[in-house]
Each structure stands twice: as C-alpha cells, then as structure tokens.
Design a protein around this ligand. Structure first.
Ligand SMILES: Nc1nc2c(ncn2[C@@H]2O[C@H](COP(=O)(O)OP(=O)(O)OP(=O)(O)O)[C@@H](O)[C@H]2O)c(=O)[nH]1
Ligand SMILES: [Mg+2]
Length: 371
C-alpha cells in the first residue's frame, strides 16, 4: 500500500533538516511491505523551511512538498490530505509533527497495527505506556487531560483515551468520506472532528502508546484560542448529531400519528386484524417520513434529481418495510399470539421503539449517508 506521511511545518527549518534524512534513511527502509512517502505541508514559512525540503527532493524521490497560505494547522492538513488522496493516491495517511515530539519509530508501530486489520490507529498518550512531556507545566497537563476527557464524555467516545493526539494513521477509504472542505475548525481541533467522523463511519480503531516528547527546537504554535476552538468543535459536533436526531423524532412523530390513527380506525371501525391494519398505516407513514426527512432532517444529503429521489424512495420503502414487517409488525404479531389482542396498542408502542432504532441507523448509514 502507498502510505503518505504528512508533516505540516511552520518555521521548522531546523527540525525538518534532521527529520527528512532520518525518515528516509532510517525509518522508511524498515517498513518493507509498503510504499512510504513523505509529504511536507509548508505554509510559506519565512525561515526557509521549504528551501530545505526542495534541496532534499533532489536526493529523495519519495518526498513531496505542498505549499499553502498560513490559515492554521487544520487547513494545512485538510489541503495536504486531499492532495495525498487525489494526486498521490495514498491508501493510508499518517499525521506526524515535524518537530520530533513524535518518535519517528512510532510510524512503524502505526503501520504494524494497520496490518493487524485496523483502519484508524491513534498514537495515544493516555494509555499504559503512553506519556505526555514531563516538562509540561501542571496547567498544560491538566488542560490536555481534561480537554480529552471532556471530548470523550460529550461525544460518547469512551473507548478512545486520547482525543487530540497529533500522531495517527488513517486509511483513506475512511478519510475520503469526511468532508474536508467544510471542517468546523481550521486549527488544532480539526483532529477531534476527523476522529469523531471516522469513528462514526465504523472504522476499526486501535490506540498504540506513544511518548510525546518535549519540543527541542523551533517554537510552539498552539495557543489559548485553541482551547476555545476545541470546546466549540466538540459542542458543535454533539449538537449537529442531536439536531438530526431531534428532527428525525419530530418527523417520526408525525409518521407515528398517521400510522396510529390509520391502525385504530381500521381496527375499530372496519374490524381489520391489527397486523394487517398496521401495514396500511405504516405504508402511509413511510411516505410522509421519507419526504420530511428528505427535505428537512437530512437535507444536506437529499436527493438532487428526480432519479435519485425515486432510488432513495425505493430504498426507503425497502428498509422501512423490513423494519415495519419484521420488527414492528412482528412484535404486534408475537404479542397478539402470545398474550392476546387486547393490548395491541402496547405491542405497537414497543415495536415502534425497536423500529426507531433500526430506522435512524439505516438512514444515516445507507439512505442519506455522506457522499
Ligand atoms: N503548515 C502548517 N503547519 C503548522 C501550523 N501550525 C502548526 N504547524 C505544524 O504542526 C506541527 C505541530 O504544531 P506544534 O506547534 O508543534 O503544536 P504542538 O506539538 O501541539 O505544541 P508544542 O508541544 O508546544 O510543540 C508542527 O510541525 C508545526 O510546525 C500551520 O498553521 N500550518
Ligand atoms: Mg509540537
């Protein structure tokens, strides 16, 4: 596989001078099964970082340089990731700081974990064997730890211990599905968003311990505003998730009423069997749900042509029918047979609850999934 290690730089001349030959001569040759490339993403550093890279490019063939304007770390990474995927056809991308705070040997650990079958490998400072710089003041230590904890709690990603690590490997089949043009942050917090989205895409995640060393040369670019920016990103990600869920519930509520009224009417007035009546109610509810979800809940991913409208509608009926027949009506059927017809509305409620979980999953994963 072609693996592109991306190193963003801003005034890292001194570091990059040592880093490039170290990676090319010492680290990459140890990774035998993969085609290892280094992409330096420099934002026109005034100290001449790019000139150093250009010089090395004459010597090392698997080294590229991508220049951009200084907009922030997230913007530099978004640009470099797109370049690595579209122009370099990378199968996996490694995010790697240029200032030797990440041990270059760690790249080998990340690649090994990928070979074990993982899609997203995080170099973690907060699992046994991992470490943050001893030299850090208590203030920065607490900020890093509680920042990560806050993100874990709000985003419900308890399985992940290090939410803000800058050292990781991502298979591009997942990264391709992240909308890199519209990240919430152009700064450090882009990391939290990509992590959250990749986890949502059900990537197989592994954390491997890393020691995060203290910077020895050059200067730090992280600042106080990154704390607020990270807070903003975490809260926005949560709200965005919940907003869709709230809309989904409102739309489902309307569908539920249509379903329930039809069901009760056919049973009480026309003496249909509850299971049969539910099928008709559900068919009407599905049509209502589809249209409201398409134009409202999932409007960012809505069908943009009449053709895709019908494709989505058919998919929607197919998956919803499965849910209605096997999950919702199945619950009613079992209830009426095992307990008795009197409580049919209770079975309807229980069945609908299971149906809800099924539907929300399918809508997000299949019908209105991100392109
Ligand atoms: N291209 C580009 N690179 C950046 C930018 N900001 C930071 N970097 C690089 O990203 C890497 C990480 O930035 P650092 O400032 O070291 O951040 P940090 O490691 O969290 O903080 P320290 O521990 O203080 O070094 C370094 O290689 C930086 O040169 C940016 O705006 N553009
Ligand atoms: Mg650093």
């Amino acid at each position: 596989m072609k693996i592109v290690v991306i190193s963003p730089t801003y005034n890292e001349k001194e570091n990059i001078q040592k880093l490039i030959p170290h990676l090319e001569n010492e680290i990459f040759p140890q990774i035998k099964n993969h085609d290892m490339w280094l992409l330096v993403a420099d934002d026109k550093s005034p100290d001449g970082t790019a000139e150093v890279v250009r010089d090395y490019m004459k010597k090392y063939k698997k080294l590229e340089l991508l220049m951009g304007n200084k907009e922030g770390l997230g913007a530099a990474y978004a640009r470099a990731m797109q370049y690595a995927m579209k122009e370099m056809h990378a199968g996996a991308i490694v995010e790697f700081d240029a200032d030797f705070q990440h041990d270059p040997k760690g790249i080998i650990d990340l690649v090994n974990a990928m070979e074990e079958g993982y899609d997203y490998v995080i170099g973690s400072r907060y699992i046994p064997g991992g470490q943050i710089p001893k030299e850090w003041g208590i203030h920065r230590k607490l900020m890093s730890f509680f920042g990560s904890l806050f993100a874990r709690v709000v985003l419900l990603t308890f399985d992940i211990h290090d939410m803000t690590s800058g050292f990781k490997l991502t298979k591009t089949e997942f990264l391709e599905k992240v909308d890199l043009d519209h990240l919430l942050s152009k700064y450090y917090a882009y990391k939290i968003q990509i992590l959250f989205e990749v986890v949502k895409l059900k990537a197989k995640v592994k954390e491997v311990p890393i020691i995060f060393y203290e910077r020895k040369a050059g200067s730090s670019k992280i600042s106080q505003k990154d704390l607020f920016d990270s807070f903003y990103v975490v809260v926005m990600l949560r709200l965005r998730e919940s907003k869709n869920f709230v809309k989904f519930l409102v739309v489902g509520g309307v569908g539920f009423l249509i379903n329930a009224i039809t069901l009760a009417m056919l049973v009480e007035n026309f003496h249909w069997h509850p299971a049969q009546a539910n099928l008709v109610g559900a068919a009407l509810a599905i049509f209502s749900n589809f249209n409201f979800n398409n134009i409202w809940t999932f409007k960012e991913h809505k069908s943009d042509s009449i053709f895709s409208y019908f494709i989505k509608l058919i998919q929607f009926y197919a998956t919803s029918s499965f849910g209605v027949i096997f999950i919702q009506t199945g619950t009613i059927f079992l209830g009426t047979h095992l307990i008795g017809k009197d409580y049919y509305l209770i079975y309807f409620l229980v069945g609908t609850f299971f149906l809800l979980i099924w539907n929300f999953t399918i809508y997000n994963k299949i019908i209105w999934r991100k392109k």
